[in-house]
Design a protein around this ligand. Sequence first.
Ligand SMILES: C[S@@+](CC[C@H](N)C(=O)[O-])C[C@H]1O[C@@H](n2cnc3c(N)ncnc32)[C@H](O)[C@@H]1O
Length: 435
Amino acid sequence: MPVLWWSSKQSTARISAALQTESLVFPGGKGYPDAEALNSVILGDNLAVMSALLPAYAGRINLIYADPPFYTNRRYPARIGRGEDSRRPRDWKLAEGYPDHWRDLDAYLDMLYPRLVLMHRLLAPTGSLYLHLDWHANAYARVLLDEIFGAERLLNEIIWVYHGPSPIRSAFNRKHDTILAYTKSERYTFNADAVRQPYDSSTVKAFAATPKAGFGKKPNLERGKVPEDWWYFPVVARLHRERTGYPTQKPQALLERILLASSNPGDLVADFFAGSGTMAVAAAQLGRNYIASDVAPRAVQTMRARLAGETTASFKVQMVQTQPGGEDGLPQSSQERQLSPELFSREIVEGGVRITLDASLLPNLEYWEADPAWNGNVFRSAVQVVRPRRKLLTADQAHVPLVPGSAPICVRLIYANGEMAQALLAKPAGGAGSL
Ligand SMILES: C[S@@+](CC[C@H](N)C(=O)[O-])C[C@H]1O[C@@H](n2cnc3c(N)ncnc32)[C@H](O)[C@@H]1O
């Protein structure tokens, strides 16, 4: 079998890494403080993240979706403005998103190859990997996946087609991505009935018109058909309801089809290039457990807010720490700016404390959350206030449960530019009144 070779090719990178939990998030307060968080959002380079997961998760992940940088040699800024005119990109307010810049193809493959090897090790025997790329690198990736999984393990080459404006005048407009689906073994999960679609009306009419249609073989028209290996879903730019502003966000419907076909409720699914967290949101809504990681703090902030607002299952937020002897410089715990407690008024109300933010804190606020009893170690988020899509965050009040004991309430604020701030608030003394 042909194998791809380049001079720096290495399938393994020795990384000794561990995960540290920095928050537990209970969306809407559900399950606070005791529910076990079966889901994880992890900040860090996925080579270290997957290395840290290996001892506990090798052979245990049922489905991995991977949407890495595509080798486009571009930068992808995040849009952080509100209510801007989509047709006037020059007026958009932008912030750092993620880079897709490489010295050359070798450098890109040096990134991709060891990560694909780790994903293969993490997959359960019945598991599948869906690798999402486009024309820039998918041909090379396919040869790598043939080597790692075996060429006979290619399940599908899926073409996702979409529309959109394009400046190209010297070639056909490039409007499709390629998703390479591989299974770990010949015994794999594929739920055909979960993804069936109605037949086209022309097919239904043809079978109604003559018994000879389909050479006499009539399909079960009521049951619908298993989709072809080319899929049309509109890009997120056209789906304003979904859009987070994080670059190259994928449509949730696309992830739902992958999840429904290749995993079951209760399964563990993972996305190690998670971006805005589309896979994690779809997974949680479909009753799967998830691990979602990204190296960009903005991605982790985006998915944290998104998961808090759109899902109900609790999740851990973790950071990867490389041990001495580890290879890469990973993001370290961010230092929050400390805010004066005077910016938060507190009032005892029925069953809790009503916290009101000073108006000066609201401009450009993305979301804020509260831990009713800060233990100085892991932030346990029981209350989240998330900015509504395409609107400014104006909710300046939240009701925080009153937990016995002297531990302070911790309030964290996350701004559109990625800045974080926090305040420790003493609980108001019992009875009605405010601080
Ligand atoms: C194409 S985007 C993913 C978009 C995502 N599917 C969504 O729907 O929002 C690729 C992501 O991979 C992340 N990334 C790139 N290199 C990484 C690495 N070595 N480890 C972890 N994440 C990485 C980038 O920060 C970026 O968020």
